[in-house]
Design a protein around this ligand. Structure first.
Ligand SMILES: *[C@@H]1O[C@H](CO)[C@@H](O)[C@H](O)[C@H]1NC(C)=O
Ligand SMILES: *[C@@H]1O[C@H](CO)[C@@H](O)[C@H](O)[C@H]1NC(C)=O
Ligand SMILES: *[C@@H]1O[C@H](CO)[C@@H](O)[C@H](O)[C@H]1NC(C)=O
Ligand SMILES: *[C@@H]1O[C@H](CO)[C@@H](O)[C@H](O)[C@H]1NC(C)=O
Ligand SMILES: *[C@@H]1O[C@H](CO)[C@@H](O)[C@H](O)[C@H]1NC(C)=O
Ligand SMILES: *[C@@H]1O[C@H](CO)[C@@H](O)[C@H](O)[C@H]1NC(C)=O
Length: 259
């Protein structure tokens, strides 16, 4: 895989364990909160079992999962270009794997390239807070920096508009841009589809502000709970598969809204 040296960091609530993982089929980052474990609270464990057991059925058909049982909330999002079967496998793997790496934690999150999953006893409003970041250790050269910076800004502006203009099933945009003399930059942005266009745009604007700390880096990932920004100097998404807003053909997939 095209996976350069990433330096990974988890901000916001710095109370969790930090695991750096590089092995295949592993999260590129996972978070296990140590603010409480459920060894003593069997009811929460039951809630979490329930919410994850029925999780597959909460797919909105386009890779957004969101479910609540008792005090346990869980949500997952596949990258917008991931095909349904791959997405389902990714989320299934994530639910299994996250319980293994965070065996007793009330709150946990795990990020794969194709999907990410989180659960918590906190309210799902604003996506319960944990964000993941990553950046490529390579920098753009000084001589290219100014033009490269402007080029990234143009790409991100375009993707932000397109992603927030998506529908209630999928808010995703990917694309590339090439400026003379620079190598191509590939980017994607995505929001959970339950957001309004304004909420999505606000979240992505926040993500764009956060890339300041990764100035000059050739690749950056900002995974906020409800929106995602990523760009690289190589292609990391599939631009050939674009779901259309029709019910998926297989009976295993259905559309639904949960309020
Ligand atoms: C989540 O669980 C922790 C640990 O038991 C507890 O301190 C916290 O108050 C709970 N949060 C909510 C919103 O219930
Ligand atoms: C998830 O679903 C719950 C109810 O099932 C809802 O209250 C909440 O707003 C949803 N969260 C997201 C991020 O869609
Ligand atoms: C990229 O720039 C950062 C910050 O200026 C620096 O710490 C880092 O060593 C640079 N990386 C490389 C590969 O030169
Ligand atoms: C780059 O973008 C152009 C359109 O802007 C598109 O035709 C092409 O397929 C894209 N390439 C990749 C690798 O996404
Ligand atoms: C471009 O420059 C601005 C201003 O210095 C900075 O905030 C921003 O993070 C830069 N963008 C990239 C992609 O490095
Ligand atoms: C991305 O940048 C790195 C570091 O400059 C370079 O080695 C690599 O060839 C670039 N990848 C592409 C696809 O241009």
């Amino acid at each position: 895989m095209n996976f350069p040296i990433w330096v990974l960091l988890l901000f916001s609530i710095l109370i969790g364990d930090l695991h750096l993982t590089t092995a295949q089929n592993d999260f590129w980052l996972n978070y296990c909160s140590n603010s409480g474990n459920y060894a003593q609270t069997e009811s929460y464990k039951q809630n979490l079992d329930d919410v994850l057991y029925s999780f597959t059925g909460t797919n909105n058909g386009f890779g957004f999962y969101n479910s609540t049982s008792g005090r346990a909330n869980a949500a997952a999002l596949c990258r917008g270009d991931i095909e349904p079967e791959t997405c389902r496998r990714c989320v299934d793997d994530a639910t299994r794997r996250l319980r293994q790496v965070c065996p007793n934690q009330i709150e946990a999150a795990g990020w794969y390239d194709a999907c990410f999953l989180r659960y918590s006893n906190r309210s799902t409003n604003n996506g319960f807070g944990i964000s993941a970041y990553g950046w490529n250790s390579n920098n753009v050269s000084d001589s290219d920096y100014r033009r490269w910076n402007q080029t990234v800004a143009v790409l991100l502006g375009r993707l932000r508009q397109e992603a927030s203009g998506g529908d209630e099933l999928r808010k995703y945009a990917s694309g590339n841009i090439t400026a003379p003399g620079l190598s191509t930059i590939y980017g994607m942005m995505q929001c959970t589809p339950d957001l309004t266009a304004t909420e999505c745009d606000d979240c992505l604007a926040g993500a764009v502000r956060e890339i300041r700390r990764f100035d000059r880096r050739l690749g950056v990932r900002v995974y906020k709970p409800i929106c995602v920004l990523r760009y690289e100097n190589y292609t990391f998404f599939d631009s050939t598969w674009f779901p259309v807003a029709d019910p998926p053909p297989s009976g295993e997939w259905f559309l639904g809204f949960f309020n």
